[in-house]
Write a protein of this length. Structure first.
Length: 104
């Protein structure tokens, strides 16, 4: 026979149920990791590109194709870069997702 439960006591689960974990797939990182030097260099480049107002090509992390356009806005509060393509489409890309900026 089982002992009577004590008032206020919780039922315990078996140790097997506690130790059993469902394997999950590892998610890729949301942004690539960079050191301070790379971030500072990218920041300076983006400031120059914003003031030049010239057509540039941007290689984006986890992006299929590079985006070609002009930087219209650098939003410091959300860390988004607004890039207007030649077709007038505007892309809002996170600062950390820009891998490379080059002239066209």
């Amino acid at each position: 026979m089982y002992p009577k439960p004590v008032k206020g006591a919780k039922r315990s689960r078996s140790n097997d149920a506690k130790n059993e974990k469902v394997p999950s797939a590892k998610k890729p990182p949301k942004h690539i990791e960079r050191d301070e030097f790379d971030l500072e260099e990218l920041e300076n480049t983006m400031e120059e590109v914003k003031h030049d107002n010239k057509l540039r090509s941007f290689i984006i992390y986890r992006g299929e194709d590079p985006i070609t356009g002009v930087v219209t806005n650098l939003d410091t509060s959300t860390k988004l870069i607004h890039i207007r393509e030649q077709q007038r489409d505007i892309h809002k890309i996170h600062f950390l997702d820009i891998l490379k900026v080059s002239g066209v």
